[in-house]
Write a protein that binds this ligand. Structure first.
Ligand SMILES: *[C@@H]1O[C@H](CO)[C@@H](O)[C@H](O)[C@H]1NC(C)=O
Ligand SMILES: [Zn+2]
Length: 474
């Protein structure tokens, strides 16, 4: 945090311009003091730390939240309620989720991991923790260690992100970066070879893969894929081996001590080009409060299984891509997109040419009374990428009903904030309705877990990457 009490203020201002210039871009005193975008229900807010003169210069701007920065503040953490269907909230026994959470925060010991020191939080004063309380979100000040384990005490429908310790660059997706996406969209037409390749995705194989990841197969020994759990390391090693069998070169890349690594796999382009298409999911998971079991069958075993299915189809059909393809399994998503933030920053620093990024997070749950669906994010992401995915879905998976979802901010946010054109694919054109969301019974063998829908969405991902990168069959 900012040292000392130096007349600085944390500003939270509205950022509701999907692709237009934001206040951040328009004001030089905000530019350079940016601390990220945070969501409160349908409102996205940009955080900045500025002095009084900057605030005076914003006179007339409505809906500004101004919070004096003081030297008691430690790690600032944004907690928010995820967009969940009303039917799920009714069935939740926790009525005052936030109040219960604050009690837990004040009373429960926690540990970062067995390999790291224990941090015991005692007698914390609730008033000093809550810096700001919004409608569906709050800003907390907590210890840095606790900021890595907050997911273990958060209510089920809440998630969190730590504010960075120093300002970060605000990098909007430049119009020039959207040109390739527009070009792909303008040339888009049904290709029977793409249809054949996407139809080759194997449901029995996907069932096997997800059952390994959840531990349901009794073979993997995985109990939890929480970023600090042993099972996440088992999963990372297994994923690397599986992707490498399909012709990729993979690296297990550490990003923070104690966390399982990102699994980064690359298929080299047949053309001499730096252009890269990146498809991802997160393999870490989160269980019920107080439980060590976190199978993550839907969140996000389904997204990982889709990537693996695509990799296996690449191998089985001898597909070679004209552009580079990266398939990435992130960790640290549940602790605030930490794995993807590290990787997106690294790619930006290396001036990577990512023409398209699509994150898959929760693809398999399908409410029995609803049609099979595909949801695209309405708040964070590049509209043109979402449009491309929607049009490709109509061509290759017409069985899916496509629409927007308020469910927000998986790992594509990390890429979008680094100026890369990105979107997410999700299982529903609406809020979360999976009753096992962030629950220790998020298994693949249950009512509503629909491998057919998983395949339909994986077909859309596969078709998108085939159209985006161009391909040859060998
Ligand atoms: C994409 O789909 C929309 C809606 O169906 C349609 O109006 C538009 O023409 C399509 N764009 C392209 C490039 O196919
Ligand atoms: Zn997820």
């Amino acid at each position: 945090m900012v040292a000392g009490s130096t007349g600085l203020f944390l500003l939270l201002l509205p950022f509701n311009v999907p692709n237009g210039p934001s206040l951040i871009e328009q004001n030089s005193c905000l530019n350079g003091n940016f601390y990220g975008n945070y969501r409160d229900g349908e409102v996205l807010r940009s955080a900045s730390i500025v002095d009084a003169s900057c605030i005076n210069g914003l006179a007339g701007q409505s809906d500004l939240l101004v919070i004096p920065v003081n030297n008691r503040m430690e790690q600032l953490v944004w907690v928010e309620q995820e967009a969940v269907d009303a039917s799920l909230k009714e069935s939740s026994p926790e009525t005052d989720e936030f109040g219960l959470f604050m009690n837990r925060l004040a009373s429960s010991p926690y540990s970062r991991s067995q390999h790291h020191h224990q941090g015991i939080l005692t007698s914390i004063n609730q008033d000093s923790i809550v810096v700001h309380r919004g409608n569906n979100a709050a800003l907390l000040s907590i210890s840095r260690d606790m900021a890595f384990t907050l997911d273990t005490v958060l209510p089920r429908f809440w998630k969190y992100t730590s504010l960075p310790s120093s300002p970060v660059d605000y990098i909007p997706v430049p119009p020039s970066a959207i040109e390739p996406v527009k070009r792909i969209l303008s040339k888009l037409e049904f290709d029977p070879i793409v249809a054949r390749l996407t139809n080759s995705l194997s449901i029995p194989q996907m069932r096997n893969d997800v059952r390994f990841l959840t531990g349901e197969d009794g073979q993997s020994g995985i109990v939890s894929r929480h970023s600090f759990a042993k099972g996440s390391r088992t999963a990372a090693k297994w994923l690397k081996e599986r992707f490498e069998e399909t012709g990729a070169t993979c690296h297990l890349k550490d990003f923070l001590p104690g966390f399982a690594p990102n699994v980064i796999c690359r298929y080299k382009a047949t053309l001499n080009t730096a252009e890269t298409v990146l498809f991802s999911a997160h393999y870490d998971s989160r269980g019920s409060f107080g439980s060590t079991r976190a199978p993550g069958g839907d969140d996000d075993g389904s997204g990982i299984t889709a990537l693996l299915g695509i990799a296996r189809a690449i191998k089985n059909n001898g597909v070679k891509f004209r552009a580079n393809l990266e398939l990435v399994a992130f960790a640290g998503e549940e602790q605030g997109l930490l794995g993807s933030k590290a990787y997106a920053r690294e790619l930006r620093a290396g001036n990577a040419n990512i023409i398209l990024m699509v994150q898959a997070d929760m693809l398999a749950y399908h409410h029995p009374d609803e049609p099979a669906q595909l949801g695209l994010p309405n708040l964070i992401g590049t509209l043109e990428v979402a449009q491309l995915v929607a049009n490709i879905s109509a061509l290759y998976s017409p069985e899916l009903t496509v629409g927007l979802t308020p469910v927000c901010c998986s790992d594509h946010q990390s890429f979008h904030e680094q100026g890369f054109p990105s979107t997410q694919v999700f299982e529903r054109a609406g809020p979360i309705i999976d009753p096992m969301y962030h629950n220790s019974r998020d298994l693949s063998d249950r009512i509503g877990y629909d491998l057919q829908q998983l395949k339909s969405i994986a077909k859309v991902q596969f078709a998108t990457l085939l159209h985006a990168s161009g391909f040859e069959l060998q």
